[in-house]
Design a protein around this ligand. Structure first.
Ligand code: API
Length: 275
């Protein structure tokens, strides 16, 4: 039986598994079943907590989308990871250093119950997003079903395209998100954000996530939207991002500096599942 903890960050939900104190062998089919909301536990992503590969970090953690694909970054997941290792007594400090496939991050469990994450330095060059483009632009254009969509592109450890719209409630998230998530422009596919700027420090956002579909919140998507808005001159740090599941706070001081994400992380239930 596989022991797991169900967690959520603004409704973006996770199955978190301690792969330090139990042997975990989950192939892509097993991961998909685990994430399935009818035949399994149900979640947007699965997080595997592993021992550190070096003494410079406290843990390593791996991220898998509901489609079973492994990815390198998850902002809401990082906060839940921090809450998990602290609640399980796997660490007795509120500052946690972790390594993912995207690199190293530092997380802080804060007094008010929120978690702050240093998400790393955003990357803007097309080859680093990755995005097929001849050069870096603040705005790219793609045609979907006869309509030109303009977007900003950035990697925050995972690829994001951010489209600015007048009203996120009217945005064609599923129709356009489905096409763009797997568009040939994005060699590794992409997370597609639809952002409505409200004022210089405040925006609304919906995200069609790579490998999962639209989620109630996307932490890396909120970081990507804030970075794109700041570079396009429509936002200034700090930025409050309102997603369907709630609000995240982003700070970024500009190119070459890390982006910071703050928000909640909640344990929902513990369980065991036959795999
Ligand atoms: N779907 C994302 C991974 C999860 C990101 C999201 N849940 C977050 O909070 O950042 C990707 O394929 O890069």
């Amino acid at each position: 039986m596989l022991r797991f903890t169900k967690m959520q960050g603004l409704g973006n939900d996770f199955v978190v598994i301690d792969a330090i104190h139990q042997t975990v062998n989950l192939d892509e089919a097993a991961l998909r079943r685990l994430a399935d909301r009818h035949y399994g536990i149900g979640c947007d992503q699965i997080l595997l907590v592993e021992p550190p590969a070096s003494d410079e970090v406290d843990f390593r953690y791996r991220i898998f989308n509901a489609d079973g694909g492994e990815v390198s970054q998850c902002g809401n997941g990082a906060r839940c990871f921090a809450r998990f290792v602290r609640e399980k007594g796997l660490i007795d400090r509120d500052e946690i250093r972790v390594e993912t496939a995207a690199g190293r991050m530092v997380l802080w469990l804060e007094a008010g119950g929120e978690v702050r994450v240093e998400m790393g330095v955003p990357r803007h060059a097309p080859a680093e997003v990755p995005l097929l483009a001849d050069r870096e632009r603040s705005v790219y254009t793609v045609n979907v079903e006869g309509v030109d969509w303009q977007f900003g592109a950035v990697s925050v450890g995972n690829p994001h395209a951010v489209i600015t719209v007048a009203d996120v409630d009217e945005a064609p998230v599923a129709r356009v998100g489905t096409v763009l998530e797997r568009h040939e422009l994005f060699p590794e596919r992409a997370n597609i954000g639809f952002m409505q700027v409200l004022d210089l420090h405040h925006a609304r956002l919906r995200v069609y996530e790579r490998g999962t579909g639209e989620t109630l919140a996307c932490g890396s998507g909120a970081c990507a939207a804030a970075v794109v808005g700041i570079l396009q001159g429509t936002l200034e740090s700090p930025v409050r991002i309102d997603l369907p599941g709630g609000t995240l706070r982003i700070g970024w001081q500009g190119r070459g500096t890390p982006v910071y994400l703050s928000g909640p992380a909640v344990t929902v239930f513990e369980g065991r599942m036959a795999t």
